[in-house]
Ligand binder design. Structure first.
Ligand SMILES: [Zn+2]
Ligand SMILES: [Zn+2]
Length: 611
């Protein structure tokens, strides 16, 4: 898909912002979320405005799935910035039946677990059952569905997104879906006519309801008759438990014939989605391109012509890849928010999702340093510390506040708590997750907004430099190096120092995980044992003199080859000598650029084997 093409939605393509500009509409927004907020407001929504997302709980709730949560967050924030109250809800479609065994799962700490290492037999026995009726393979939650919902809720919480996770099973069981289910069943002819335009095999026997078999617990697809309440008694659905096709296998039905009520089953997905819009009052929902070509056109039609409601404002987003491969639970090519946040600050990950949603892009763990560098520049542009192109600066001005507010709230949690009287309900600024408690509170938002200016005093160590500091074996060596190289002034505020040095552990984790050039430990405290011949020792001394004179990484790298040649030392042996002195190992990162990042006095003394 090209950058500005949108999938055709029910024959009515959503105009891109480019097209809108050409049409002369007033939509020039530097940040896509502001353009979407404009469209949502054109619908004149009532408050609270509801932003939704959703997911079926198969496999692992990975970073690709979080795309939808973050897109929703930035639109919710754009609307809150204009003074509107916004709820962000996320449905886990956990009344769906388990149709396929996932190959990879995740425990509640976000660690990936192979299917073979959990209680797989229990899962196998529960094929065809709703996710909320399947036991939790880890045994820690009420069900498989609840386990998945917990992981999604945690992912949002880790990114400080105020999200209400809604279980679809709970929507049915609480009775909130009663009216819409009865409406669909009372208007089956319309429902069939509309659906038949999108799906094959919709004949007069098709009933848009899948009861749960009272005998075996499976979701069934064969309804034999419907008895509508018509204001008296309860609507009942008679069914026969028949086989279900699930991909290339069949899940056997038990043959039971029974009667279900409207809470004892579910609407098929194409009806369930618009039913959720009605029940939750949804004004805006982003979705991936799979839905754009599939259930969105039918959902919109069903909303308008079966439920008689307005569908929400849509937004299609492009999927992204993970290190150039599609996300895949079955191939193990997944990463959870939990894991990403062991390597970067939450604001860096939030920043990733400020980028244009319609453009395909890659999330690279290997080159996470580039993402962090980009974020740092985005932040400097916002604070006016770097000059950029007009559109870059306009984008930073528009997108940075929503990206950084949770961080600012967490950094200054104590100050917010002191201002608590000014906040709603006498102040609910939770010390652990202050942003979650005040994001919807106008006074709280204002307090955080003011603190963004204070946050201009933050200190960011360049990510690869933080990785270098992570190679020192002691905290004091790190601090000494960072202060000596003027990255962190000795008089810096405590919170700013924490901001700076907090990155060291993150970058170290990245180095360890990717086994990259920073995955070594510098032996700074004491010199490793080494015994070099005279030629090598002389070459090292000459290198020390060259480094002492002050040269950049490339120059040092080139000189290493020259020095080795002049002293008739094998160049591989010469590099090894350097690695021995620095890491007590035979190999290491590209030596010249690496040495250039270290405290120069230390390097010079070490090469002279003085300390
Ligand atoms: Zn669990
Ligand atoms: Zn059955």
């Amino acid at each position: 898909m090209s950058d500005d093409a949108e999938p055709s939605l029910d024959g009515e393509p959503i105009p891109t912002d480019e097209a809108r500009r050409e049409d002369g509409e007033e939509t020039h927004n530097a940040f896509w979320a502001d353009a979407v907020a404009d469209r949502v407001l054109e619908r004149d929504p009532s408050e609270p405005i509801v932003v939704k997302g959703g997911i079926s709980p198969s496999g692992v709730p990975h970073l690709g799935n979080v795309n939808e949560i973050m897109r929703g967050y930035f639109v919710a924030e754009a609307l809150r910035d204009r003074g509107y109250d916004v709820r962000q809800v996320f449905t886990t479609d956990d009344r769906d039946p388990l149709r396929k065994l996932p190959r990879t799962l995740a425990d509640l700490d976000g660690n990936l677990v192979d299917f073979g290492d959990v209680d797989a037999a229990a899962l196998g026995k529960n094929m065809g059952h709703s996710y909320t009726d399947v036991p939790d393979p880890f045994g820690c939650c009420e069900s498989y569905g609840a386990h998945f919902s917990t992981l999604i809720a945690e992912s949002a919480e880790l990114l400080d997104v105020p999200l209400e996770v809604v279980s679809t099973t709970e929507l049915y069981e609480s009775g909130r879906m009663d009216d819409v289910v009865e409406h669909v069943l009372a208007n089956q002819d319309r429902a069939r006519t509309v659906l038949a335009e999108y799906q094959d095999k919709i004949d007069e026997d098709y009933v848009p309801f899948n009861p749960i078999c009272a005998n075996c617990g499976k979701i069934t697809e064969t309804v034999t008759s419907v008895d509508l309440a018509d204001g008296e008694g309860e609507t009942t659905i008679e069914y026969r438990c028949t086989d279900m096709e699930a991909g290339n296998r069949t899940i056997d039905g038990c043959g039971h014939e029974g009667v279900a009520g409207v809470r004892e089953g579910k609407l098929p997905w194409r009806f369930e989605w618009p039913a959720q819009w009605q029940v939750l009052g949804v004004d805006f929902e982003p979705f991936g391109k799979d839905h754009a070509e599939g259930s969105w056109p039918s959902g919109k039609d069903i909303a308008e012509n079966v439920l008689d409601i307005d569908p929400p404002e849509p937004m299609v987003y492009e999927w992204f890849t993970l290190d150039d491969e599609p996300f895949s639970s079955s191939d193990g090519n997944v990463i959870l928010v939990h894991d990403v946040l062991r390597m970067v600050e939450p604001e860096v990950l939030r920043y990733f999702f400020t980028k244009e949603p319609r453009r395909a892009r890659d999330f690279s763990v290997e080159r996470l340093d580039l993402l962090v560098d980009e974020f740092d520049r985005f932040e400097r542009l916002y604070f006016g510390e770097t000059a950029g192109e007009d559109d870059e600066t306009a984008f930073a001005d528009a997108a940075y506040p929503a990206t950084i507010r949770p961080t600012v709230a967490a950094t200054f949690a104590d100050r917010l708590a002191r201002n608590a009287e000014s906040l709603r309900d006498g102040g609910e600024a939770d010390q652990d997750a202050p942003w979650l408690s005040i994001a919807r509170d106008p006074a709280g938002r204002e307090a955080v907004e003011d603190l963004i200016e204070t946050f201009a005093g933050r200190i960011r160590l360049p990510y690869t430099y933080a990785a270098v500091l992570g190679m020192y074996e002691s905290e004091s060596a790190r601090i000494a190096d960072a202060e000596k190289q003027d990255h962190v002034p000795a008089e810096a505020a405590e919170w700013a120092r924490e901001c700076a040095f907090g990155r060291v552990a993150l970058a170290s984790e990245w180095a360890t995980r990717t086994e990259n050039e920073y995955d070594y430990t510098v032996q700074r405290a004491s010199m490793p044992e080494a015994d070099f011949d005279r030629a090598t020792a002389a070459a090292l001394a000459e290198l020390a003199t060259f480094v002492e004179a002050g040269h950049d990484g490339e120059e040092i790298q080139g000189e290493i080859f020259e020095i080795a040649r002049r002293h008739d030392v094998d160049v591989g042996d010469f590099f090894s000598a350097g690695y021995r002195l620095l890491f007590d190992e035979d190999q290491g990162p590209q030596l010249g650029p690496f040495i250039a990042k270290l405290d120069r006095d230390f390097v010079v003394r070490r090469l002279r084997q003085e300390a």
